[in-house]
Design a protein around this ligand. Structure first.
Ligand code: ZN
Length: 195
């Protein structure tokens, strides 16, 4: 089941500060909400890291691109892949628009990977819970995207074109770019994109 990320467009309007504050609000509610409690305890006991990217690779995960005349910032993930009973969800995949380039592509990609990471924690019980999960995935996605090692690993693991648009995306290059190249980008005003 691929689910349309109709929340994406709303999430795109949030800058990092607004997104973080929504994330903190949700985290604050965890004690009173069973779904949120499960979500945050999963986050605390599991890591969105290299091991997870390797796990996805081992399961034959694919990043697919399709041309679609929609917002390039919309993405899909079959995010119940951890439930082995639902075999038709295999292999796990993420679908992105070919129109998504640079930071937008990576931001959406990491958001969708966050969905795969949470897997069947999402229970589809109610729209509110799903809405919260969208904010959480966006926060996790944007935050992890700024980790150059992880970004580089994802791009290499799935054979994706490497875009340079900020410092982490430059540092994600392997082998690392020459330092004068880095200085050039910094002089040009490149920082760390999170908004
Ligand atoms: Zn989503």
């Amino acid at each position: 089941m691929a689910l349309l990320d109709s929340w994406r467009i709303d999430l795109d309007t949030l800058n990092w500060e607004q997104l973080s504050s929504r994330f903190k609000d949700i985290k604050f509610r965890r004690r009173r909400d069973d779904f949120l409690e499960r979500t945050f305890s999963f986050m605390e006991t599991n890591q969105f890291n290299s091991a997870f990217i390797q796990e996805l690779k081992d399961k034959g995960a694919k990043i697919k691109f399709e041309y679609w005349i929609k917002e390039p910032s919309v993405g899909y993930a079959n995010f119940e892949y951890r439930n082995s009973i639902l075999r038709w969800h295999f292999p796990p995949h993420v679908k992105l628009s070919t129109r998504a380039r640079g930071y937008v592509r990576d931001k959406v990609l990491f958001h969708e990977l966050a969905h795969l990471w949470f897997g069947n924690i999402w229970n589809g019980e109610n729209v509110c819970a799903l809405n919260d999960l969208e904010v959480i995935c966006e926060y996790i996605g944007r935050d992890n995207r700024t980790n150059p090692e992880l970004l580089g690993e994802v791009l290499r693991a799935f054979n994706l074109r490497h875009y340079i648009y900020d410092i982490p995306s430059l540092d994600a290059l392997s082998p690392p770019a020459f330092s004068e190249f880095r200085d050039y980008f910094i002089k040009k005003g490149y920082t760390i994109l999170k908004d």
